[in-house]
Ligand binder design. Sequence first.
Ligand code: TRP
Length: 330
Amino acid sequence: MTRVLTGIKPTGNIHLGNYVGAIRPALRRAETASESFFFMADIHALNQVQDPELYRKWTYSVAASWLCSGLDPEVSHFYRQSDIPEVFELATILTTITPKGWMNKAHAYKAALDKNREAGIDDDVDINMGLYTYPILMAADILIFDADIVPVGKDQIQHIEITRDIAERINNFYKTEALILPEHELQAAAQAMPGTDGRKMSKSYDNVVPLFASKKEWKTAIYSIVTDSSERHDPKTVDGAAVYDIYAALATEEQTAELRRALEAGELGWGDAKGELLKLLEDVLGESVERYNHYMTNTKELDEILQAGAAKVRPYARETIDRVREAVGI
Ligand code: TRP
C-alpha cells in the first residue's frame, strides 16, 4: 500500500513549469499508487497573498488547473487544506515538540532573514510567524494522512526531512507509532522547464508561459522567448534553447525529433519554432482551456467538488488526530 500526497500553494496562476514539474508527474505517480491525496495548500499561501480577491481567485485557479490536467476527484482525494481543521489541530500539537532551532534552519525563513541582513535592517522585518513555522504546518499536511510518498521539487526536500524528524520525535518521545515517516520523491522534471528568458520558469522571474490561457496570451508569452540571433537558414544549436525545451516538454518524441532536425538543418527559424510551439499548446491544451474557463466562471462547482473531497478525507484525518491525542495524553 502506498499513499501519495502532495500540495500546491496557490500564489499565482499555474504556468507550464508548474504543470510539467509538479502537476503532471504527480498525476502520473498516482497511477501506480494505491491512494493519492492532492490539495491546495491555501493556508500556506496566506503567508504571502494578503489580498482576499486574488487569494480566492488563485485558489480556484489551482483547483481548476488540477482538474483540467486530468485529476479525477473520483480516483484521487482532492481538497482544500483550509477545509480540514484536523490539519491545524495536529500542527498545534506538533509545535509543542518541535525545537525552535529546526525552524531557524528552514531555508525559506533563512532566505528572508539573509535578505534583511543584507539590507542592513532588523532581522524580523516582514517575517510573519506563518513563514517561521511553515515547515510545521507542512508536516501536519503530510502526517495527518499517513502519507508514504511525497512528490516534490528539489526546494521542498528539506521540508520533508523536517517532517520526518518531527514525526520521529513524537514517536520516540511518546513511545508510540502514531505517526508514519514519509519519504520524498524528487520530481526530476522540475528543473528542466526554462522560462521565456532562459532561466527556470518561475512567477518570481516574470518569465512564465501560462498553462490555461487565451491564444493571445500564449502568443505574447511565446514570442517573448529569447533566442540567439541566427537566421532562418542557419543551422541552429537547439540544446539549451528555451523554445525547444518548452516544446520538448509537451510534445511527443517524434514531434520533438522533427523540430530538432528542422532547426539543425536550417529549415526553420526561431520564429517558426515559436509558431510550432503555439500550435502545440493549442493542440494539447486547447480543449482544456474551455473547461478551465468554465470552472473559473462557475466557482460554485469547484466549491462543491472540494467540499465533497474534504468530507471524504476528514475521517482519515480524525483517526490520526485520535491516535496522537491518545499518545500525548489528551
Ligand atoms: N511547500 C510546498 C511548496 O511550496 C507546498 C506544500 C504545502 C506541500 N504542504 C505540502 C507539498 C505538503 C507537499 C506536501 O511547493
